[in-house]
Design a protein around this ligand. Structure first.
Ligand code: G3P
Ligand code: CA
Length: 306
C-alpha cells in the first residue's frame, strides 16, 4: 500500500518497501547547520535557540554516544576542539592515527554524560558564551519541539561499530521515547535522519525507521550522477551532497528528483562564499537555479525566501 505523510518538505510517498519517498516541493527548506553556528557556538542550546529565532525550518544535530550510552549533540568524535576537555581531563586522551599522523583525541565515547556536562562548550567560540554545555539530544528536542524540525546526523558510525554500540538502536529508542515517529508524533516537529555512513543509511532504511533518511556524500574522483541515484532509489528519501558536487554535476538535482528523492547540499556560510557576492546570493543560486529542495547553512537569517 502506498500512503501519504504530510511533511515539512512536502508530500512524502511511502512505497511498497516501507521507505518513504519524498516528492519535490516548491517550499524551500532552511536547515540551521549545527544551529545558527555562524553566530553562536555550534551544538549549544544558544545556537539552537538563535536558529529558531532566525526562522530556521529545521535545526541540525550531529549525534555522538557517551560512554554510558547517551546521545549528545557534538560534531566531532572528540571533545577538544569545542570544549575545555584538555584542561579538565588532561590525561584522558587516546592516541589516534589520521592520514598517517598520530594525535591525541578526547573521544566523547570515552566520557560519561556527567563528565561531559562539566565541560564548557561555549568559550572556544566567544567568552560571552562561557558556561554553555554539550546538550543531550533530549535537551535539544525539548528546546526545539513545536518550533522547528529536527535533523539529527548519525555521526562517525564506524567508531561505534568497533565498540559494540548499536547507534541505530539508540536513535530508534530516542525517536520512540520522545514521540518523534509514529501516529503520536507531533507534525510540528518533523524529523529527518542523515548520515555519511553508507551501511548505516541502508540499515536505517532496512529497519523501516519511519522518518525520512538522507545520505550525505562528497566526491573526490570521477562521479557518475545517474549511477549514484540508481544505487539509492527506493532506499532513502534524499541526498545531502557537498555543494561542490552540484557545481560539478548540476544534472544530479534533476536525476534525484526524477527518482523521487530530495537534494539538500551542505554547507553555506557567510564566512566562505568563493565566487559569490555573499552567502544569500550563493544560496539563491543553489535553491532557484539548480533547484535544490533545502540546504544546510550556518546563517539561517540569510536564507533567501521567495
Ligand atoms: O550534515 C550535513 C553537513 O553538516 C555535513 O557536514 O561535517 O558539518 O556534519 P558536517
Ligand atoms: Ca552534520
Amino acid at each position: 500500500m502506498r500512503g501519504l505523510i504530510a511533511g515539512a518538505l512536502g508530500l512524502m510517498l511511502v512505497g511498497t518497501t516501507g521507505a518513504p519517498v519524498m516528492a519535490q516541493t516548491p517550499k524551500k527548506v532552511n536547515v540551521a547547520h549545527r544551529g545558527a553556528s555562524g553566530y553562536a557556538p555550534e551544538h549549544t542550546l544558544a545556537a539552537y535557540r538563535l536558529a529558531i529565532e532566525q526562522g530556521a525550518d529545521f535545526v541540525e544535530q550531529d549525534l555522538a554516544v557517551t560512554k554510558d550510552g547517551v546521545l549528545v549533540c557534538l560534531h566531532d568524535a572528540s571533545l577538544e576542539r569545542t570544549t575545555d576537555v584538555e584542561t579538565k581531563f588532561p590525561t584522558r586522551f587516546s592516541e589516534i592515527k589520521i592520514e598517517g599522523r598520530t594525535r591525541k583525541a578526547w573521544l566523547a565515547n570515552d566520557f560519561t554524560l556527567a563528565e561531559i556536562k562539566t565541560l564548557d562548550a561555549g568559550s572556544w567560540f566567544d567568552p560571552k558564551f562561557a558556561g554553555e554545555r554539550v546538550p543531550t539530544f533530549d535537551e535539544a528536542v525539548a528546546l526545539i519541539r513545536g518550533k522547528a524540525g529536527l535533523y539529527p546526523e548519525l555521526k562517525t558510525p564506524e567508531i561505534y561499530e568497533g565498540r559494540n554500540v548499536d547507534f541505530v538502536a539508540l536513535v530508534e529508542a530516542a525517536l520512540d521515547r520522545l514521540k518523534l515517529r509514529g501516529p503520536a508524533a507531533d507534525p510540528k516537529t518533523p524529523v529527518i535522519l542523515q548520515t555519511f555512513g553508507e551501511s548505516t543509511a541502508r540499515a536505517l532504511a532496512a529497519r523501516k525507521i519511519g522518518v525520512p533518511v538522507v545520505f550525505l556524500f562528497d566526491v573526490r574522483g570521477p562521479f557518475d550522477a545517474a549511477a549514484m541515484v540508481a544505487s539509492w532509489k527506493g532506499v532513502i528519501t534524499g541526498f545531502g551532497p557537498a555543494k561542490q558536487v552540484l557545481t560539478r554535476a548540476p544534472e544530479f538535482v534533476k536525476l534525484a528528483h526524477a527518482a523521487g528523492m530530495t537534494v539538500t547540499p551542505y554547507t553555506f556560510r557567510a564566512a566562505a562564499t568563493p565566487s559569490y557576492a555573499n552567502v544569500t546570493a550563493e544560496m539563491e543560486h543553489f535553491l532557484y537555479t539548480l533547484g535544490v529542495d533545502a540546504l544546510f547553512t550556518d546563517n539561517p537569517d540569510k536564507f533567501p525566501r521567495r
